[in-house]
Write a protein that binds this ligand. Structure first.
Ligand SMILES: Nc1ncnc2c1ncn2[C@@H]1O[C@H](COP(=O)(O)OP(=O)(O)OP(=O)(O)O)[C@@H](O)[C@H]1O
Ligand SMILES: [Mg+2]
Length: 377
């Protein structure tokens, strides 16, 4: 068991005169037994971070501590961290049992103990019935489980998984997400799961650390990331379809402070609390964000179907596209130069060109500083 703490960690790759600052001033605390996902687009520094935790990559500056003890100079084999990758790298001529037991054989563990541990791990990973087979006879998902088992059999204090599901089809992925969650529950290990897929990260992790451009953007639970994204990047990256953004400016015409889109097409009313903050900041530019789920179609009596409470405001917009996606539909609107989307019930019959009224609640309007892109909460 281990608590992992990263303090001002930097990774700079140097070759000749070129420098890549792959991880910048990363501060992250992973609690004992916690399941944390590292989420971010390709090249943002996820693997570099993991490799420094494992000990495969030198730390350019900063400290990594396990249970309060600095491990910067500790060799990988003394850190007791196991890492599983996307590629399974199983030995084709070994049986599944031999593959599972191999890390113990390398360590000189006696055969009967190796067998017992391989069988225990196989039980957890539901591989018992195929222990005598060879990797070639297994499905991709089974091979991935063997690969996880081989990492787990060493009984690591920290278990790290780097993009282990990238090449697994959607159906099997769902099962594996479920299995991984159960493994974490059963073993209670500190786990770090790296992915660029928000669905995986949000489904698995206790907390998600969102990275972009070598920097940590926010660490939080699903709800924190969804309801109070620290900045425009997180608001855009978390949630599907992505948040709608509008360049906006303050409009204060007696009826209280609101934000008006730059093209003048839409006006967003704010909560008292947020209006106060914006008033205090002075007449600067802002970015308004609203999730497609929070723009609800109004019916012919003017009631917004799913919104409750009285403080619902309207915007009117004309439909550009109506995409039917089975269990839901996405309407894309164009108002002047501004395009945005709303998630609506699948039976919605509205056609392109039609103007409809959408309801939103001021508490669902997110506001960001146009310069720093930070949330004004
Ligand atoms: N050994 C290396 N030498 C030079 N640059 C590197 C090296 N390894 C990674 N980089 C660079 O560091 C940055 C971060 O890479 P990293 O592999 O950590 O990203 P990642 O988030 O894991 O991306 P992906 O999702 O594509 O796996 C990238 O710009 C990458 O090109
Ligand atoms: Mg990577």
């Amino acid at each position: 068991m281990a608590q992992v703490n990263l303090q001002n960690v930097n990774k700079i790759y140097r070759s000749g005169r070129t420098e890549v600052h792959a991880v910048q001033d990363l501060n992250l605390e992973i609690n004992n037994g916690e399941f944390v996902a590292l989420l971010g687009p390709s090249g943002c520094g996820k693997t570099s971070t993991l490799r420094m935790i494992v000990g495969l990559e030198e730390i350019s500056s900063g400290d990594i501590n396990f249970n309060g003890k600095r491990v910067n100079e500790l060799e990988p084999q003394h850190r007791n961290v196991a890492m599983a990758f996307e590629t399974y790298a199983l030995y084709p001529n070994f049986t599944i049992e031999e593959n599972l037991a191999f890390p113990l054989e390398v360590r000189g563990v006696p055969e009967d103990e190796r067998r017992r541990k391989a069988r225990d791990i196989a039980e957890i990973l539901k591989l018992t019935s195929i222990l005598d087979q060879r990797p070639g006879a297994l499905s991709g998902g089974q091979q991935q489980r063997v690969s996880l088992g081989r990492a787990l059999i060493r009984d690591p204090s920290v278990f790290i998984l780097d993009e282990v599901m990238s090449h697994i089809d959607a159906h099997l992925k769902f099962q594996m997400l479920f299995d991984l969650k159960a493994i974490h529950r059963d073993l209670g290990k500190t786990m770090v799961y790296v992915t660029h897929d928000q669905v995986e990260a949000l489904a698995l992790a206790d907390r998600v650390a969102v990275m972009s451009n070598a920097k940590l953007q926010q660490v939080g639970t699903r709800n924190e990331l969804y309801n109070a994204p620290a900045n425009v990047f997180v608001a855009d990256f978390i949630g599907e379809p992505p948040t709608n953004f509008f360049q906006a400016e303050v409009s204060d015409n007696g009826g209280g402070l609101a934000l008006k889109t730059k093209d003048g097409a839409l006006v967003f009313h704010l909560t008292e609390h947020r209006a106060g903050k914006i008033r205090a900041l002075g007449g600067r530019d802002f970015i308004v964000g609203i999730r497609p789920q929070n723009l609800r179609l109004k019916d012919s009596e003017g009631k917004s179907s799913a919104h409750t409470g009285s403080d619902v405001h309207d915007i009117t917009a004309s439909i550009l596209i109506n995409e039917y996606l089975g269990e839901r539909s996405i309407l894309t609107f164009a108002n002047g130069d501004t395009k945005f989307r709303a998630l609506v019930p699948p039976e919605t019959r509205a056609a392109p060109g039609e103007a409809v009224t959408l309801g939103y609640r001021p508490e669902d309007v997110m506001v960001f500083d146009a310069q720093t892109e930070a949330l004004i909460d």
